[in-house]
Design a protein. Sequence first.
Length: 169
Amino acid sequence: MSDEAQRTPSPEESDERAVESVRSFLRERNFPVEIVTSRDTIFTVEDASKAVGAPSEHILKSLVLLADDRPVLALMSGVNKVDVKKVRRATGAKKVRMATPEYVFQWSGFKIGGVPPVGYPEKVPALLDDDLFLYPIVWSAAGTDHTFFPISPGELARITEGERCEIKK
């Protein structure tokens, strides 16, 4: 194996790949891509809110859960918490739990804080919480904890082929 093949990508290269997977997914679905980059690393919904200049409820949280050990996305308003019992009902799964940060990264290549609603290596079932549809635009992570893109909930439902449902606590 060559040195290049064994080399671990730098954080910047990993970030570029993560953002490019989101950008490519959006372009393939004819979504006009407008990715915004923040100088600051974002740790909380409040940080994201300040970075993009939108209220916290307009920040999209993309949460990876495991429904019978299969990944599913819960797409939530930044001010809401997911109810795993409601996710279980919506998916028909016997067991639902939050995925660990390690699982999320190994499976998707995205780090917690930058998990987007799109750009995964495989089709992922997406559940869009009803509250998202109260807002004309929500801001989503674009693959890193300092990149974002705006999208309407209707467009988000279209490109994720997600199901609108009540999944908040």
